[in-house]
Design a protein around this ligand. Structure first.
Ligand code: SF4
Ligand code: SF4
Length: 356
């Protein structure tokens, strides 16, 4: 049984298990101005958690036995350069698996060398166009294409110099009407730059400006088909074909699916969401919640509580409610990728716990 599913099963059976993954949103600050970004409508009204508290929490998370540490790009992680460098070091000293998502514009030689030397696991870099014209337009800052390309070249040169396989390099591309006709070129660019994988991400609309970037359904289908073909030819991993299959589900349909799940009779399968059974998320302000959607609406905060207590005590309430089929206010904003991961988990539980 995969380890993540094992964690869920243990907690469902009333045993103790640490979270399998932790997501640490280190900062909401960013040096870019991407047109589709939620930060465009966000103003900083609270102080971010200080370095000392983050380090203490990361050390505690290691001791608890958490396996995977994710540092997503909900702001640009390297805006807190020294803190990220320290966290990366602690995680690798403790044999943990780490992922960073970055816009790639602040990765200098020192960061690149460190990532390669400590064999950081996964680095995802966001590139939204095959040329500076498209990428810089979407990212809102001139010169950002050149900077991310230069970062990737520096990392590759260190990988060669130190003969290291890691970090595994993944390119992330948000699908917009500015790049949808060039997805084949995006795959070729990823290949040429030494990425092992290119992930396409449907745009989430947070503003009118984001809405203006929505591609049409037909262009999306054609673009993804083209990208899938070229990726197969070049031997580079992609989610293009998978996305094509999944495009039929929309966020507005989720309540319909949840209602169907609630009619399930087998205890472990009628739970609408498994996130608080394996995952923990910390916002830049220290608020701790069960998923990327909770929006900081939580009483648990790493500034005045330790992580162990939050997971084993505060999170029990989320897990109890979900076991009863009860969902939360913020679930109305849930998104399709999380729903699909829940469905994958449900299938594993059906097969492995109930034998199909
Ligand atoms: S790089 Fe990421 S966090 Fe920064 S503006 Fe763009 S989408 Fe937002
Ligand atoms: S918002 Fe989605 S992921 Fe979060 S608890 Fe609700 S259903 Fe689960």
């Amino acid at each position: 049984m995969e380890e993540k599913i094992l964690t869920i099963v243990k907690l469902l059976r009333g045993k103790k298990a640490p979270p399998f993954t932790i997501e640490m949103d280190i900062t909401n600050k960013c040096n870019l101005r991407c047109r589709m970004c939620w930060l465009r409508n966000f103003s900083y009204s609270r102080d971010e958690i200080d370095d000392e508290t983050w380090i203490k929490t990361v050390e505690e998370a290691c001791r608890m036995g958490i396996k995977e540490f994710r540092i997503p790009g909900s702001g640009e992680p390297f805006m807190r350069r020294e803190l990220i460098l320290s966290i990366m070091e602690i995680l690798k000293e403790n044999g943990k698996k780490g992922l960073i998502i970055s816009n790639g514009t602040l990765i200098d030689k020192e960061i690149a060398r460190k990532m390669v030397k400590i064999e950081w696991d996964i680095l995802t870099l966001s590139i939204d166009g095959p040329s500076a014209r498209i990428h810089d337009y979407i990212r809102g800052v001139k010169g950002s294409f050149e900077r991310v390309i230069s970062s990737i070249r520096i990392i590759n040169s260190f990988k060669k110099k130190y003969r290291k396989k890691y970090p595994y390099l993944r390119m992330n591309t948000v699908l917009t009407n500015k790049n949808i006709y060039r997805l084949g070129s995006m795959v070729s660019l990823a290949y040429k730059l030494g990425f092992s994988e290119i992930l396409f991400q449907p745009i989430t609309v947070f503003s009118e400006e984001g809405r203006k970037l929505l591609p049409t359904r037909a262009s999306l289908e054609n673009g993804l088909k083209e990208a899938g073909k070229i990726a197969q030819k070049l031997g580079i991993r992609t989610n293009a074909t998978e996305l094509l299959k999944k495009r039929s589900i929309e966020a507005k349909d989720l309540p319909k699916f949840w209602s169907k799940i609630s009619r399930e009779t087998r205890e472990f399968l009628k739970i609408p969401c498994y996130e608080p059974f394996y995952n923990i998320i910390i916002t830049p302000y220290g608020d701790v919640g069960p998923c990327a959607v909770f929006g900081g609406k939580s009483k648990s905060n790493i500034a005045h509580e330790n992580l162990r207590k939050i997971w084993y005590k505060d999170f029990e309430k989320f897990r109890r409610d979900l076991k009863k089929g009860k969902m939360f206010d913020f679930c109305k904003n849930c998104c399709v990728p999380i729903f699909l991961e829940n469905e994958r988990i449900r299938k594993c539980l059906r097969d492995e716990v109930y034998g199909g």
